[in-house]
Unconditional design. Sequence first.
Lengths: 225, 557
Amino acid sequence: MNVKILRQASPFSKPYWQEFTYERNDNQTVAGMLDELNYKDDLKDKDGNPAPRIQWECSCLQGMCGGCAMVINHRPALACETFLRDIKGNTVILEPLKKFPTIADLVVDRGIIQENLKKADTYIEEYKGGNYEEYEHMYSAARCLKCGLCLEVCPNYKDGANFYGAAFANDCYLISARSAIRKEENKKAYDAHFAEGCSKSLSCVDVCPMQIPTLASIAKMNRKS
Amino acid sequence: MDKNEMRQKHILIVGSGIAGLSCAIECAERGMEVTLVSPFPSERAQSVLAAGGINAVLDSHEEGDSIESHIEDTLKGGCNIAGKESVRGLCAGAPERIKWLEKIGTVFTTDDNGTIMRRAFGGQSHKRTCYCGASTGKQIVTSLVMEARRYEGLGLIKRRFWMDFYEALIMDGVCYGAVFYNEATADLEMIAADSVVIATGGQNALFGKTTGSTLCDGYAAGRLFMQGVELKNLEFIQYHPTTLETAQKRMLISEAVRGEGGRLYYEEDGKRIYFMEEKFGERGNLMPRDIVSKTMESTGKDIFLDITFLGKKEILKRIPEVYELCLKYSGIDISKQSIPVSPSVHFFMGGIAVKNNHETNMKNLYAIGECASIYHGANRLGGNSLLAAVYGAKVAACSIEKSALTDETMYQEVEAIFQKDIDAGRAKLNEGRQSQSVFPAVYIRDMLAENMRKDLGIVRDEEKLKKGLDDVTYYLSVADKIKYDKSEMPFLSFSLTGILNLAKATLLSAMFRKESRGAHVRSDYPDTNDLYAYPSIVCFENGEFIVRLDKEGEYER
């Protein structure tokens, strides 16, 4: 099959397209494919020209760390849980997430996610127990990978300068459910950096690899006003 | 006031998984200034894969359970070579650690009254494994990241990303900081500190793709070893009994499946043989991991794990992650089908040798979490690694709090003193940038992993170990001479020598221990021998590897 990758040598160099051929194995994932392309042999593009090794980020290889988030055939997804059997046609197109600065090839700097959570003081400080009926929701929200897929797909999120996106909203819900003293402050930050900017397209829910019920988080945050 | 007292103590923590995060928080809570360094955010740490749970005998314990019993199980599981005093501290400190985790917001699975639920885990006489569904590690990471954020806001924790550990700054047996390769500037960067804490996880790269993260490679332990830091018990490598083969890696099937009643079997003449139950009785499936893996290997059969009888509803409630994982990666519906499982490398009981306060043989250099070797002896019990990570982090922080500040004059001059080491490192990196070679460093990593899987498997013997040693010695002799593909991350090539030396030290430790104990099984020495009832220590002196037994308990005080 044909593998088309948007490449970039460093943060300051110009991006370019490069194509590779890969013997399709439907049970392989995009992550496994990248591994094989990179290290089965010397890497050559589809015309036989030597190519630099493809840079991409990975840690767990089983959809639990969010490292390998990228744009696969125009849809943001985790490479390690996107199987080639689900790729329609014979071409897979890989691009880095576009809402974050590119470091190299498919590696981006998602530091803004942590920065914004820090700016908005998203922490519990003093814990409040109880709420056991909300256990499943809290558990689910706490599974957020901070992978950035929800931000990539969001029509309202640009660069995180003011609107922080779904990852932030879910952390806000966790704070409101578990903090004894930071509820009010947390709600203010939520309103300023999420509620006022969200147009409820809910595309974030569709791409979330952890299937976090962001809509429920939003509903609870709005109710808690 | 002495000028030394003017400065806040500065702690450098390398690695931001559960151990590193916990230690950063504990240090910040004690008013120290922390720099927490890792290549990636904590969400990528291997800690997020820890599934099953964390052990503690809480007030609401099962009838008949006690801290004494937890201590006894841990020591026995470790085949009696872990330090009694440190294990006592671990088990006695466990309830407080759980309360702490709950207080900072960890979403533990509870009953309707808010009491934390416990599940049965291997090698334990009672149900004492607290858990958060089947993603305990992830839930803990989420709460720790939030708590660390609080101290970031206060300016006490400073997080640095895109930084790969390069080496420690060590002189005359004292550590003054560390050097990192900064991926953003593509240059080496020195960070001076009063104490350095290594929390870099296990040594997965020795075996290629294990159940863990590709980011945990053992380089830090290997490089520190070359700098004179002693390592301990390297021969004890845990093969987790139940892993699932997929196209891209071996995936862990949590022990929680057996904790919830899962049964291991193989098929013979169309009949299911529940071999663990036949051999060890009713609780056979929950024997310690070393015993389960050994027994599975000895059957020579394809092994399956059955949990179908729990029913889909309970499966989705108690172990949803396992259900999702099997369906996604193997197309197996575990509510209808058994899971094909086999043992695979999962955890390293061995690592950096530390005393009871988690300090290494270098003053002001500490190690915590999986990279440190202290509580688990020859085999670790499920649920004790998360405990060791959060408990050890606190012990280290308490010890660091009491230690003296580095002399101010020395602290100011650290950079000047180590400048020539940095220059040498830079020259080497520059040389790498000029390379025209297309040979990737990963090829050597891959060859090493293939050798280690063959020669340091579940069952070992002198011949295999010698062969492994020959191969690794050869790779070591060429690794520094080869020019590598410069389009790879520089870390991959500069980390090779450290990883290879660690592999060599591991093989030598395995050859040295001429007995079978826990996870170290030798077909040529099948019995446990009291002469070896001590931890092994390996050190590197003038290019020589020296292995010895810690008979005097140097590391148990």
